[in-house]
Design a binder for this molecule. Structure first.
Ligand code: SAM
Length: 255
């Protein structure tokens, strides 16, 4: 297929067979898996996935790519969802869904936040993302990469950076390095569904002024004496608090 890459859809196509092989080795697809690929593009991952499993779902926003895929593959083998992945209801695919994708960099954070809502339906996810974003996702407290993204995802998923991918592995080559991340929903949720909004608001407030102490940034939520009950030092900054401590603050407020 002749296709001019569209910048607005973040189209950097993977052209390195070794990287494709390494990604497939990380996913290890099984014949009967319920697998959905976000952004199949020109099929770098789609083709080997189709060779490995009975049936594949793909979600693609670019109508030209959609029509090419629907012409090329039978509906028994491939279901093409002509849709924006940010609006896609992943629960319609069933339970134990495996999600994969070389994600368009311009929607990487919103898609991760969207997928959080479906963690009950998801078995695992493997994504190619900007290396810098993956580092923020897996970051530990008291490191420069640790922030809102780390906390909001770590309270739902166990995450692991698998390997990095160089710009030359894509056409056109992006300016940045990429990395593959594995995300597995936690068996036990750290935060209840009805506390999610408050948890998110607390994390956002705490990181609103990164250099300030939490006694300052969380003054709308906690009184000075509350820090003693929580056994959290009020002079710490948001970046020093663990995910469990943010959960404890949320539970304390709602109890
Ligand atoms: N999987 C291919 C590969 O590895 O070469 C293409 C990856 S390319 C980085 C991203 C793909 O996602 C493109 O096919 C693009 O059209 C598609 N895409 C971009 N935004 C999307 C969205 N919101 N929903 C679904 N697909 C999207």
């Amino acid at each position: 297929m002749r296709h001019i890459p569209r910048k607005r859809f973040g189209q950097n196509f993977l052209v390195d067979p070794q990287v494709v092989h390494n990604i497939l080795q990380a996913i290890l697809p099984l014949r009967n898996d319920i697998l959905v690929e976000i952004g199949p593009g020109l099929g770098a991952l789609t083709k080997p996935l189709l060779d490995s499993i009975n049936h594949l779902h793909v979600i693609e926003i670019d109508r030209d790519i959609v029509s090419c895929l629907t012409q090329k593959y039978s509906v028994e083998k491939l279901t093409v969802h002509s849709s924006d992945a940010l609006k896609f209801n992943f629960s319609t695919l069933g339970k134990n869904v495996r999600v994969v994708g070389n994600l368009p960099y311009n929607i990487s954070t919103p898609i991760l936040f969207h997928l959080r809502k479906f963690s009950k339906n998801i078995c695992d996810m493997h994504f190619m993302l900007q290396k810098e974003v993956v580092e923020r996702m897996v970051a530990e407290p008291s490191t420069s990469s640790y922030g809102r993204l780390s906390i909001m995802l770590q309270c739902h998923f166990e995450m692991e950076q698998l390997f990095t991918v160089q710009p030359e592995s894509f056409l056109p080559a992006p300016k940045i390095q990429s990395a593959i991340v594995r995300m597995i929903p936690l068996n036990r949720k750290m935060i209840n569904e009805d506390e999610e909004d408050l948890f998110s608001a607390i994390v956002t407030a705490a990181f609103s002024k990164r250099r300030k102490t939490i006694s300052n940034t969380l003054q709308d939520y906690l009184k000075p004496e509350d820090f003693d009950v929580l056994e959290i030092n009020p002079r710490l900054r948001a970046e020093n608090l663990s995910v469990a401590q943010f959960v404890a603050i949320t539970n304390f407020i709602t109890q």
